[in-house]
Design a protein around this ligand. Structure first.
Ligand code: ZN
Length: 109
């Protein structure tokens, strides 16, 4: 399995939930590696390193899982980021992605 295979595993999870993915979106600002739009149900990624892209996809999907469970609640940004961190890590573990906890923590610090 290559890193791209793991990315596509997560993309398929998102697609089943109705999300669309743009994996090389250079219209994102340079300092933004990924973004999710709930209204358009779109995840856009702009991260050239495959391992980092895998983690960004997991993070954005983490946001979506959190969103699905908290649609009608107003939740602060810090709590949303913590949820994306936790859900995203759970997704990576579920697909047995070769990402270490140190890498996951690293991309979030
Ligand atoms: Zn986030």
């Amino acid at each position: 399995m290559t890193t791209s295979d793991y990315i596509y595993k997560l993309v398929r999870v998102g697609e089943i939930l109705g999300l669309k993915f743009v994996l090389h979106d250079q219209s994102l600002p340079k300092n933004v590696a990924g973004r999710i739009c709930y209204r358009k149900k779109t995840v856009r990624i702009n991260e050239p390193c495959a391992e980092d892209a895998l983690m960004i996809v997991a993070h954005e999907l983490g946001h979506f899982f959190h969103h699905l469970r908290n649609k009608d609640r107003k939740i602060g940004r810090d709590k949303r980021e913590i949820s994306a961190y936790l859900y995203g890590w759970g997704l990576l573990k579920r697909i047995k992605a070769p990402i270490s906890k140190e890498q996951w923590i690293g991309i979030h610090s």
